[in-house]
Design a protein around this ligand. Structure first.
Ligand code: C2E
Ligand code: MG
Ligand code: MG
Ligand code: MG
Length: 286
């Protein structure tokens, strides 16, 4: 973890500096270097249609392949990137790399499925997000229908502003989903106002779906509400067959989680797509 930075030498000349501030500077400096050195990579986690078992999407998840510390997960550097403003170039890199990879796979004749990218709050509130994204789509040649942006409930708090941006993006042809649904400050107002295509049920509700009647009730209610609002539902963090069974019987549309596949390196994701081109990945549901 990045927190251990302080113990391996970076702070030796800085007794008089606030450790937290120093740590932040170190991470920020390291991240700039890492972006130049191309140490960031995207992993891809497949999303499965629950009825057919087919792979219907991939979520791009960033990893930092640190030369000394090995793989670092986004939870350990995205917050620092957000604070330092480095999230802007980093986030742009993520979108471009995801679009480039998706287009390359399609050009090879692999499944034509959308890639989902996580947007940070800072990125979402940037003024020129729409023009940046349309520039990336033009440059990579990816059709906008193959790009989905994942935002969180907190990003919809300013409904007026969010609504204008999201409308522009969906008019371009992109899809919007709400990530970690149920964990933020939800308002039914944004659900009815914003052009949202999919709700991703946070994995904290999915985990105990078979044991905890409250979780089961919440998940069933989210699915039913989403369908009435013409939205699709994706269950996150699905790890067991029992969870799949519950979700199928409640007509959840899609699932993502270790039961289907963990996030994969681009090579492994490529191999999976090659293998699954015409074959269902999960048994079909009758
Ligand atoms: P998220 O968007 O909700 O992504 C799902 C997280 O759950 C991923 O963690 C994934 O590896 C993990 N996961 C997937 N299936 C399972 C499962 O069955 N069980 C469990 N326990 N976990 C599962 P990861 O990759 O560490 O990413 C964490 C968060 O970091 C993401 O949550 C997302 O909010 C953020 N993130 C990832 N990539 C990016 C990025 O490129 N940009 C931004 N701004 N944020 C990102
Ligand atoms: Mg996500
Ligand atoms: Mg998230
Ligand atoms: Mg999530």
């Amino acid at each position: 973890r990045m927190k251990e930075n302080g113990k391996n030498g970076y702070l030796q000349h800085s007794e008089d500096m606030d450790h937290v501030a120093m740590e932040k500077l170190t991470i920020q400096h390291e991240m700039r270097r890492a972006l130049e050195n191309k140490e960031f990579v995207l992993y891809y986690q497949p999303q499965y249609d629950l009825a057919s078992g087919q792979i219907v999407g991939m979520e791009a998840l960033i990893r930092w392949m640190h030369p000394e510390r090995g793989m670092i997960f986004p939870g350990d550097f995205i917050p620092a990137a957000e604070e330092s403003g480095l999230i802007a170039p980093l986030g742009e890199w993520v979108i471009e790399e995801a679009c480039r990879q998706n287009k390359a796979w399609q050009d090879e004749g692999l499944l034509r499925i959308p890639v989902s990218v996580n947007l940070s709050f800072r990125q979402f509130t940037e003024k020129n997000l729409t023009s940046k994204i349309s520039g990336i789509l033009e440059k990579t040649g990816l059709h906008p229908r193959y790009l989905e942006l994942e935002i969180t409930e907190s990003m919809t708090m300013d409904v007026e502003r969010a609504s204008q941006d999201l409308r522009e993006l969906t008019e371009m042809g992109l899809h919007i989903s709400i990530d970690d649904f149920g964990t933020g400050y939800s308002s039914f107002h944004y659900l009815k106002t914003l052009p949202i295509g999919r709700l991703k049920i946070d994995r904290s509700f999915v985990r105990d779906i078979k044991q905890d009647p409250s979780d089961a009730a919440i998940v069933a209610a989210i699915i039913s509400m989403a369908h009435k609002l013409q939205m699709q539902v994706v269950a996150e963090g699905v790890e067991t067959k029992d969870q799949v069974h519950f979700l199928r019987s409640h007509r959840c549309d899609e699932m993502q989680g270790y039961f289907g596949s963990p996030p994969l390196s681009s090579n492994s994701a490529h191999a999976l797509l090659m293998e699954k081109v015409n074959r269902p990945a999960l048994p079909a549901y009758h």
